[in-house]
Design a binder for this molecule. Structure first.
Ligand code: PMT
Length: 415
């Protein structure tokens, strides 16, 4: 990394919340702030009360793009943590103390910084710094492992001189390497408007197939993967149509269609397919539904009911059968055994251009969790195995491949 980050296109114009918690290394956050501002980053500093033992709020207010914030409840801005969390491209905590990591891992939000960490959907980078004994304590290491599993980025501390003259592991990484890590995270998302002019339809969540007015056949899908795909497409400039069974935050300007059953999802997707360029079927669609839905609640006194099932419409297969030239179809395969084999079979049978196969038996991937890992397969036999990453990062990787596929299609058309 060069001494200055000025001119770094990965950084210019981005919005970073710089969280500073109470450790001796807080003085180094001043340098991180200065480097980021020099590089054209909008820096919103958030200090904990403990940080004030080590650095002055005025220093950050003078250097950063907006004044320091510390209070969870502010008369000028009633709920600052939601604005900070929602508008950030990245939240960085440097230094991150053992206490801050523990609170974040446990989901405790008792001050502005910890509340902002829970209120953001942006990537988060933590830069721990503490005494060696604390750094090596199993509680700290387990909290960090939890955060990593949730997709949080970590710049590990270095070995060196610590407070009080001790020497060992736990010293905050250098401002230069922290700024480089920030640039690398932002660079993977910054400045890409490669879906501008493209309409992307995403399905999200799990369908519910009614048995009676109160019961249904459902599944564990939370909609996190589908909504991450909708956000990533919007960030890259796409017009987004989101057909979803769940209530979660949606991208501004997206057309959102709320559905419940597989049939409703089928009808909503088919009715909107005409101008769509890319379809991403991330929803967990029920394969079967009850043949008949009881009009009244089925009474226990009548004994266990006999629920006869029939297949639901296969939306992805219908899309594959009616795909128009130039349209790209992305399917998901939720598997527990022979992930590659089953996903390949589904990809070929449903005429899919890119299959995202996830092993939903893994504790850190698939349903409900914040992270995912996948095999990305295409009909030419290309296979990519991703690492464990946030669902937003996986969504971005999927769109990288979609953009490549669209470029190839355009090339073929010109030949
Ligand atoms: O929502 P989350 O909690 O974040 O979890 C994410 C996820 C696990 C739901 C997601 O990553 C995922 O795997 N989605 C696909 C789930 C699924 O239905 O997989 P499948 O292997 O049963 O189906 C294969 C493909 O056919 C899927 O694209 C599915 O949307 C589609 N399908 C299935 C049945 C049907 N009747 N119609 C369909 O279109």
């Amino acid at each position: 990394m060069s001494e200055s980050a000025a001119g770094d296109t990965r950084l210019a114009g981005r919005r970073v919340v710089l969280g500073v918690s109470g450790g001796i290394a807080a003085y180094k956050a001043v340098e991180i702030c200065r480097r980021l501002v020099d590089a054209g980053v909008h820096v919103a500093p958030v200090l904990t009360a403990d940080a004030l033992h080590f650095v002055g709020a005025t220093t950050f207010s003078a250097l950063a793009s907006e004044p320091v914030r510390m209070a969870l409840f502010d008369t000028a801005e009633p709920i600052p943590h939601t604005r900070l969390g929602q508008t950030a491209d990245l939240v960085v905590v440097a230094p991150a103390t053992a206490k801050l990591l523990g609170k974040y891992a446990a989901g405790i939000s008792d001050d502005l910084l910890s509340a902002t960490l829970l209120a953001t959907r942006a990537p988060v980078l933590v830069c721990p710094a503490m005494h060696t004994e604390m750094w090596e304590h199993p509680a700290v290491q387990e909290n960090l492992a939890t955060l990593r599993r949730r997709g949080v980025h970590v710049v590990e501390p270095e070995e060196g001189r610590l407070a009080g003259g001790d020497v060992g592991a736990g010293r905050l990484a250098s401002p230069a390497s922290i700024v480089e890590a920030i640039a690398a995270i932002l660079g993977s998302r910054a400045g890409r408007r490669d879906l501008e002019g493209v309409t992307v339809l995403v399905t999200s969540g799990g369908t519910r197939e009614a048995i009676d007015p109160v019961r249904f056949i459902g599944n564990r899908s939370s909609g996190k993967m589908g909504h991450a795909l909708a956000h990533a497409a919007a960030d890259r400039g796409a017009r987004v149509v989101l057909v979803t069974t769940v209530e979660r935050p949606v991208p501004a300007l997206a057309e959102v269609v709320k559905v419940e059953s597989a049939q409703e999802m089928h009808d909503a997707v088919m009715a909107r397919m005409g101008p769509v360029d890319v379809v991403v079927m991330a929803a967990a669609v029920a394969d079967f539904r009850p043949v008949a839905v009881a009009e009244q609640k089925i009474k226990k006194a009548g004994g266990p009911p006999r629920v006869v099932l029939e297949p639901t419409p296969d939306i992805l297969a219908a899309l594959g059968a009616s795909k128009r030239p130039g349209q790209i179809l992305v399917g998901f395969a939720a598997e527990t055994t022979d992930v590659r084999g089953h996903a390949t079979e589904k990809m070929l049978r449903k005429n899919v251009d890119l299959m995202v196969a996830n092993d939903v038996s893994a504790p850190d991937a698939g349903f409900e969790v914040e992270t995912n890992r996948a095999l990305l397969l295409d009909p030419s036999g290309r296979v990519e195995e991703t690492t464990l990453m946030s669902k937003l990062a996986l969504a971005d990787r999927i769109y990288d491949l979609v953009v490549d596929a669209r470029a190839h299609l355009a090339l073929d058309e010109r030949r």
